[in-house]
Design a protein around this ligand. Structure first.
Ligand code: FES
Ligand SMILES: [Fe+2]
Length: 369
């Protein structure tokens, strides 16, 4: 095991967890220009209608066009800006929805985003329907996930995603299907959740049950610097997976060698996605900023489709285990948020078990400029 070191780094100053200007700058340079996870592509079958997603306070419409290409439109009418649909509006339609009609004056858009009809606009001098398609955001698919990037002008998915996909290929992420989903609202800045996920220094105190399954000192990092950080922890003898019984909920994922069947991996993907491959499932956390001191977390448990189809399949022990662990984490994150707000707070020294946090802070500060 290589020695980890935080190299004397200290925690971030107070304003990074509190200040409106930092929060706004993050909106531009971090969340506004990186690829964010918006769920699983399998939930957007070709025959499904549009689906709404919320990212960074934006309402977005995911919709397949006539060529079956996944598109992502802003939920904003090109006439006077009205939201085109709410959850009800996208769900109600029978069969495949071919158009979206604005509830205000009836401008109507096709699956390719083009404006198809605009009542009474023909008499407007110079009006050209072709100039008013729905505004679009970049969308990509990666390992079965839908990724969206709000950056203008749009950019390609950076090559490190491909490298990460190759590294995770034994888990065959693109084939896995969600078997459970939970959502949380945490009264803490998103970075506190991320930093908390990135170290097991707190495990013996905060998570006695987790620490019994994976002793906290058996953590390693195989990504040390940059947008992806983290690595494996060893499962204790006799433990099969991270569940409330220590027994697996399914057979090991078919691509895993004996070594990987004895480990659980924890990776943060910049800016706000956590990916935790286990022997029998993959846990995903996606952080959504709500306010400088409030974060919404979406959690997904992905299993192999054969496991899900098997008689008696029950993801409950995995879900229960992580739900309990999550709640323990959110509680200390909320306590941190409140303590950091004090005039007495000043940056404190990271331990060597927190080397990944120091690396993450470096990458974050670099990105923020
Ligand atoms: S605002 Fe949408 S048609 Fe007028
Ligand atoms: Fe934790």
């Amino acid at each position: 095991m290589t020695h980890r070191t935080a190299a004397g780094a200290r925690t971030l100053p107070q304003r990074y967890y509190q200040a409106a200007d930092v929060y706004q700058l993050e909106g531009q340079r971090v969340f506004g220009c990186h690829w964010l996870c918006a769920g699983r592509a399998s939930e957007l079958a070709a025959d499904a209608g549009p689906r709404l997603v919320e990212l960074e306070g934006e309402s977005l419409i995911l919709w397949r066009d006539d060529d079956d290409r996944l598109r992502c439109y802003y939920n904003v009418c090109r006439h006077r800006g009205t939201r085109l649909c709410d959850e009800q509006g996208v769900r109600d339609e029978q069969g495949v929805r071919q158009t979206l009609r604005c509830p205000y004056h009836g401008w109507t858009y096709g699956r390719d985003g083009r404006l198809r009809a605009a009542p009474n606009m023909l008499s407007v001098p110079g009006f050209d329907r072709g100039q008013y398609p729905l505004r679009e955001a970049a969308v990509a698919q990666w390992q079965g996930f839908v990724l969206i990037c709000l950056r203008e002008p749009p950019v390609e998915l950076p090559p490190w995603w491909t490298e990460l996909g190759a590294r995770l290929s034994p888990w065959q992420l693109d084939q896995l299907v969600p078997a459970a989903r939970l959502e949380y609202q945490v009264q803490a800045n998103w970075k506190l959740l991320l930093q908390n996920y990135s170290e097991c220094y707190h495990c013996p105190i905060v998570h006695p049950a987790l620490n019994a399954l994976t002793p906290y000192k058996d953590a390693e990092n195989d990504w040390h610097e940059g947008p992806v950080l983290g690595g494996p922890m060893r499962l204790a003898d006799g433990v099969q997976s991270m569940t409330c019984t220590g027994q697996a909920c399914a057979a090991p994922l078919p691509g895993l060698d004996p070594a990987r069947r004895r480990q659980v991996f924890y990776y943060t993907i910049f800016p706000g996605m956590f990916l935790s491959p286990h022997p029998d499932y993959v846990l995903v956390h996606q952080l959504h900023r709500v306010a400088v001191d409030c974060t919404r977390v979406e959690c997904l448990w992905l299993f192999h489709p054969q496991a899900v189809a098997a008689a008696g399949f029950d993801p409950g022990p995995a879900v229960e285990f992580w739900d309990q662990t999550n709640r323990q984490d959110w509680q200390v994150c909320e306590l941190s948020q409140r303590g950091i707000a004090s005039r007495a707070y000043e940056p404190g020294p990271y331990s060597d078990l927190e080397s990944v946090l120091a690396a993450w802070d470096r990458h974050y500060l670099e990105t923020l400029g």
